[in-house]
Structures are given as structure tokens and as C-alpha cells.
Write a new protein. Structure first.
Length: 366
């Protein structure tokens, strides 16, 4: 009896090692399939059993960062760095977490430490390229100009122009405010629409926004509108969307729109696909529907391309008509502070006009 008990006691240390390896393998598989929440649950259990394991802490900190839990990510990765100061993979994970949280200076310090030890480090090069893209939380201004050729049904051709000026600034680490003025010149009518919007990032990757807009002496735009929306990640790679808007056109005319949708992200390939259903109750209270779809591609360095199409009800001068539209464009970072945007679009408004347009915009971050 004694010998089997001694042998069993000697075999006990192997079980935790086997459990550790299994949990790490399970977490890696979850991260590979972009199920960050499953990875976090597994790695938090592993951390409880092995609180000073640098590899577990590195994987857990990275999973926190993928799930937008940046304070937890940074704290976890800093602890891992203390335990293994020579581990360049930990430094790279910490540099990414700092970058995604908006702390570029701290990210660059970690990259500099990596380069000092390994000048050709591939992670350092990738993080540097991402760091050179504009930061979402900087303040700045943007200016855009769009020209359109318009063929009025049963009438003459015209050239319309739209000038847009916007200013944005962070109100905190997770909140951004934007003020936009849009002047649309249709030769016979000019409307200037002003919008104030606040975007906020909640925990767990949830995003929300609230916007108010008004058009003084409106001819074809709404006199006043209020809008709100939310983006809610449900599983890794899938985000549910919902936007609601109510607009008043004067003389008791109002419309309500509700747009639920979903976005699928392939993070490893830089692709996303978004689809929405458009539900509208028009000025007569009639229920109308539409759909829209869009595909986006992000390249190394932050350049983007997009394309999409839609068919939906839209209201001008208090009258709702069916619109069929297609659009494409992209953006290019000219420097760390300056981004250029280009776009083309086409729309056919039933029993009204056909419009073909192009736009150019510049955004400057301070």
C-alpha cells in the first residue's frame, strides 16, 4: 500500500503541467478563431492556477486587448514584462495594447526597446506602421467638397455642390464630440445643415452615439432631427448594429427611420461586410423598407477601400421617394496627421432626378 501511494504522490506535479498546456492550447485555438471571450475565460482560469506564468499573462493580456479591455490588458502585460523582461513577444503585445488604447508614446517606447535588441524584428516593424496611421482620439478638422451632375426628370441638367466642414475633439479617453456644417448648393436652393454628435465607447467593445441636427430656413433638408445608434459585439467577428432617427420637416411633417443590421469582420484579412435593413414611417405614416450593403478593406498602414449599394426610402422637401444608389471610395494617410478621402457615387431618385457625383476630402489631426 505504501509504495503505490508514494508513486501516486510523485506523479502529482505532472497533472498541473498537463492542465497548463491544455489550457494554453485551448486559448490559442479560441484566439485563432477570433473568440476572444472564450480565450479570456480559459486564460483567467489558467492565471488563477499559475499567477506568475509569463506566457499565460501574455496571452491573457493580448486577449484583453483584442476585446478592447485596454486597462486590464496593459496591467496584465506589464506584470508579464516584470516577470520576463527579456521576452520580446511580451514587449510587442504590450506595445500593441498601448497603441490600441491611444497611448502612442508608450507604444513607441516598447517598440524602441524591441529594436534595441532585435533591429529587424517583424513585430516592431508592423507596430511602427500601425503607429504611423492617424490616432482616432486626436482632435482635428476635416474639409470636403463634392460635385454632382444632376439630370432632372423632364427638365434640364444641373451641377450641385456640397461643402462640408467638421471639427472633432476627445471629451475623454472613450468619448469623442464632432460638430459638422454641411452646405449644399442646388443652384435654385441652398441648405446648410449643422450637426452635433457624441460617440462613446463602453466596456466590452460596445459603441454608442447620439446626434442632433438642424437646418435654418430649410428648403429640402429636415428642419430638425435627432438620431442615436449602438454597435454591440455578440461573438468574435460579429457585431450587431441599430440606428434610429426622427426628422421634422415643418407643417406637421415628420418621418421615423429604424435601421438594424450586422457587420462581419475578418480581422486577419482586414475585411468587413456590413448589411442593414432600412425601415421608415414616412410623412403619411406609411411603412416603407429598404436594404443596404457595404464591404470595407483595410491595408497595412491604414489605407482603406470601400464599395456598396442600397435601395431605400428617403425624404426631401417633406416628400419620401425610393432611391437606388451605389458608391465606392477609399482613404489614404498622407502623413501621421493628414488623411485624404476620395469617393464616387450614383443615385436614382424615383420620379425626381438622377445624380452622379465625386468627392474629395482632407482630414487634419492636431
Amino acid at each position: 500500500m505504501v509504495l503505490p501511494l508514494l508513486l501516486a504522490a510523485q506523479a502529482q506535479p505532472a497533472a498541473p503541467a498537463a492542465d497548463r498546456a491544455a489550457m494554453i492550447a485551448s486559448a490559442r485555438a479560441a484566439i485563432e478563431r477570433q473568440d476572444d471571450r472564450a480565450a479570456i475565460a480559459t486564460l483567467e482560469t489558467a492565471r488563477a492556477a499559475h499567477p506568475d506564468d509569463p506566457e499565460i499573462l501574455r496571452l491573457l493580456g493580448s486577449a484583453y486587448a483584442y476585446d478592447h479591455r485596454y486597462p486590464e490588458a496593459i496591467a496584465t502585460l506589464r506584470r508579464a514584462e516584470q516577470l520576463a523582461p527579456a521576452d520580446l513577444d511580451i514587449k510587442a503585445a504590450l506595445a500593441r495594447a498601448y497603441l490600441w488604447s491611444g497611448d502612442r508614446d508608450a507604444s513607441r517606447a516598447e517598440v524602441a526597446a524591441i529594436v534595441a535588441r532585435d533591429p529587424g524584428n517583424a513585430d516592431a516593424k508592423q507596430i511602427t506602421a500601425q503607429s504611423n496611421a492617424p490616432a482616432a482620439r486626436r482632435s482635428g478638422i476635416s474639409l470636403g467638397e463634392a460635385l454632382s451632375h444632376v439630370a432632372i426628370d423632364g427638365g434640364e441638367d444641373r451641377t450641385w455642390s456640397t461643402t462640408t466642414l467638421a471639427a472633432f475633439a476627445p471629451l475623454g479617453p472613450t468619448t469623442v464630440a464632432t460638430l459638422t456644417a454641411e452646405r449644399e448648393d442646388r443652384q435654385t436652393m441652398i441648405d446648410t445643415r449643422i450637426e452635433a454628435r457624441v460617440d462613446h465607447r463602453f466596456g466590452g467593445g460596445f459603441l454608442g452615439h447620439l446626434a442632433f441636427a438642424g437646418t435654418p430656413n430649410a428648403d429640402f433638408r429636415e428642419r430638425f432631427s435627432v438620431a442615436a445608434g449602438v454597435e454591440a459585439p455578440v461573438v468574435q467577428g460579429l457585431t450587431l448594429l441599430a440606428d434610429v432617427r426622427r426628422a421634422w420637416y415643418g407643417k406637421g411633417v415628420a418621418v421615423v427611420a429604424f435601421e438594424p443590421g450586422a457587420r462581419i469582420d475578418w480581422r486577419s484579412a482586414g475585411f468587413s461586410v456590413t448589411a442593414r435593413m432600412i425601415n421608415m414611417w414616412d410623412e403619411a405614416g406609411t411603412y416603407r423598407t429598404g436594404v443596404s450593403s457595404r464591404i470595407d478593406k483595410e491595408f497595412a498602414g491604414g489605407a482603406t477601400l470601400y464599395a456598396g449599394a442600397a435601395t431605400y426610402p428617403d425624404t426631401e422637401t417633406g416628400i419620401t421617394r425610393r432611391v437606388d444608389a451605389a458608391f465606392a471610395g477609399g482613404s489614404l494617410h498622407l502623413s501621421d496627421r493628414l488623411t485624404m478621402r476620395l469617393g464616387v457615387d450614383y443615385e436614382r431618385r424615383k420620379a425626381s432626378y438622377r445624380r452622379t457625383g465625386a468627392s474629395l476630402g482632407l482630414q487634419l489631426r492636431f
